[in-house]
Design a protein around this ligand. Structure first.
Ligand code: TXA
Ligand code: MG
Length: 338
């Protein structure tokens, strides 16, 4: 069991010595949690099959769920991808660094553990000064699933990582809370039109403005292309129940029903009208901007879990822009528990 060390690194002025220390841990085959603009990732040397295996063990991640490889820039793509489509290249130029993961044909040198045996590899350049510096100094690819125990909400702070993985990883680079708060959008650009495998920090609308039509996958196709998506995800211990935006009547009704059954009730709402209803035991009220909701959603779910509530009532958001990613995570949380 490693002792998990935490080092604080300033986002504005990343300390080169601290980064160099993290690089050493990665070269030695260790596990390093790192910040990104979306969520914290659990890093290991992408070309070290043994280190990659440790990532799966630390997270309790099913081995059929492939990992994203983080790279410093577009120039590193050819280390991992055998071919790059025109649209893939165009998107990488436009949105990297940023919350977009592109799925390309893999190169043969990528360990099977990374790709879960698929013929493709997922690549992303994260938009975070600390991790970009880490990637530049490391000079290779760093795998980075979200740094949570598999199935739990992704970590948006070093504290979340520590709560999930203390004693299982070597190092946490703490650079404060992440800004976007939901994971990257995963887009398969080996096909035309490209296919969204996971909606996230970059909206479908923004992608389509750049390259025209992209497709959503149906469930069966998604399983074939991205096997990991069938696993339990984003779920707190408590049962998650969604209700329509500003539906005061439903909200009251759910509170009463659950309280009548002696359930401890938590809630997450945004509407002003709902903020006044103080009947739930633990009420997280977020500002209604979708950026704020996305940034604080996983934190709110984790906080309510800590209060050991039995159910979490969550107000839905409008399904456009970042709202599509928020609703995707909420639906999965609601589907997989209770
Ligand atoms: O924002 C993010 O993407 C974060 C940060 C740390 O970069 N990472 C992240 O990784 O969310 P993870 O492992 O939690 O989610 C990766 C997703 C999974 O749904 C996985 O199935 C999919 O990407 N994926 C990875 N490689 C793939 C591939 N070759 N083909 C299809 N899907 C792939
Ligand atoms: Mg994850």
């Amino acid at each position: 069991m490693p002792i998990t060390k935490i080092i604080q690194v300033s986002t504005e002025h990343p300390d080169a010595d601290k980064i160099q220390y993290a690089v050493g841990v990665l070269h030695a085959g260790g596990l390093v949690a790192f910040p990104t603009e979306t969520v914290y990732g659990l890093g290991a040397d992408a070309l070290n099959a043994e280190a990659v295996q440790k990532v799966f063990e630390a997270k309790g991640r099913p081995s059929d769920n492939p990992l994203i490889v983080h790279i410093a820039s577009l120039e590193n793509v050819q280390q991992f991808a055998a071919s790059v489509s025109e649209k893939g290249l165009q998107l990488a130029r436009r949105f990297w660094p940023g919350p977009l993961t592109l799925v390309f044909q893999r190169k043969i040198n990528v360990p099977n553990g990374v790709t879960a045996g698929l013929e493709t590899v997922a690549l992303r350049v994260p938009d975070h000064p600390v991790t970009l510096e880490l990637l530049r100094q490391f000079k290779g690819g760093i795998v980075g699933p979200s740094a949570n125990v598999s199935g739990k909400p992704s970590p948006t702070s070093a504290e979340h990582v520590y709560n999930d993985l203390n004693g299982k990883i070597d190092l946490i680079i703490d650079a404060g809370s992440t800004t976007i708060g939901v994971e990257s959008t995963v887009l398969d650009v080996t096909v035309d039109p490209p296919v969204i495998l996971r909606i996230g920090g970059l909206s479908k609308e923004d992608i389509e403005k750049e390259i025209g039509e992209v497709r959503w996958t149906n469930a069966i196709e998604l399983l074939r292309r991205s096997p990991g998506t069938r696993h339990r995800h984003y779920a707190p211990h408590a049962r998650v129940i969604l209700f329509a935006p500003a539906d005061e009547e439903k909200f009251r009704q759910f509170i009463q029903q659950n309280k009548a059954q002696q359930k401890k009730v938590g809630s997450i709402t945004y509407s002003k009208v709902l903020a006044g209803i103080e009947q739930s035991s633990f009420h997280v009220i977020l500002e209604s901007s979708i950026e704020h909701v996305a940034r604080n959603l996983f934190k709110a779910l984790r906080e309510l879990d800590r209060q050991e509530v039995d159910v979490i009532l969550v107000e839905s958001v409008e399904e456009k822009g970042l709202g599509a990613a928020v609703m995707d995570r909420l639906r999965k949380a609601a589907l997989h528990n209770g």
